[in-house]
Design a protein. Structure first.
Length: 229
């Protein structure tokens, strides 16, 4: 039964992990997730990928959130906060990133080790944003939470857990709540933002949004209808 109709209100990919994303009008969804999403990452000499945290796979790299990334004509490009777009795989980009991070790094394509933190697709709803505004007293900017898809609906995304979602022609499964880290306190331009993590830790066990996996691939676009089944 259709319990939560809505529409696609935003689509983003993050071609280079931890950099600012690329807003899209439409996107191809494949088994892996959004085509082009986090297909590259900044990698250091130890083989760890740039992130906002230190784990077995990831290494905290300051300042990456102030960089932008995009896929343009099948090229990966990156832009420092005070410069022009660069070839993401070129030597100039690697030099600037290394100077930013403070050790040798370069942009690398995903190999056997995935770049995703956990789930393939991160979904938020406008109701999530409204709820966090009520809790924090600050209107959140959607891009601070790096979603792939924003659904305009009256339901918070936690209501989707364990359910199938039809988004245009695509079908997905809401698998797990998205655990948040300090990156949610970074504004979309990479500067320090409100302390949303503290609020989420107090009220939602530091979760915000849901991870979904792909059941049926296809193309989706802004304003496509969405239905939770």
């Amino acid at each position: 039964m259709d319990v939560t109709p809505g529409r696609v209100a935003g689509l983003w990919i993050y071609p280079i992990k931890s950099m600012q994303g690329q807003a899209l009008d439409k996107v191809e969804i494949v088994e892996r997730g959004f085509a082009g999403d986090r297909i590259f990452a900044v990698r250091d000499e130890a083989g760890k990928f740039g992130s906002g945290k230190n784990t077995r796979r990831f290494a905290r790299m300051e300042g990456l959130a102030r960089w932008s990334a995009r896929i343009l004509d099948d090229r990966i490009e990156a832009r420092p906060p005070d410069g022009a777009w660069l070839d993401g795989l070129g030597a100039e980009c690697a030099d600037k990133l290394s100077s930013q991070v403070g050790r040798p790094v370069a942009v690398a394509r995903e190999g056997a080790t995935p770049h995703f933190d956990a789930g393939a697709i991160h979904l938020l709803t406008t109701a999530d944003i409204d709820a966090l505004e009520r809790l924090s007293g600050v209107r959140p900017q959607v891009e601070s939470f790096r979603p792939n898809i924003l659904i305009d609906t009256r339901e918070e995304s936690s209501a989707f857990l364990g359910k199938r979602i039809r988004i245009g022609v695509v079908e997905a499964q809401a698998d797990a709540a998205t655990e948040r880290c300090l990156m949610v306190n970074v504004a979309p331009d990479g500067r320090k933002g409100p302390d949303f993590l503290r609020v989420l830790a107090q009220h939602t066990e530091a979760c915000f949004g849901v991870y979904v996996s792909v059941l049926r691939a296809g193309r989706i676009a802004l304003m496509d209808e969405t239905h939770v089944l």
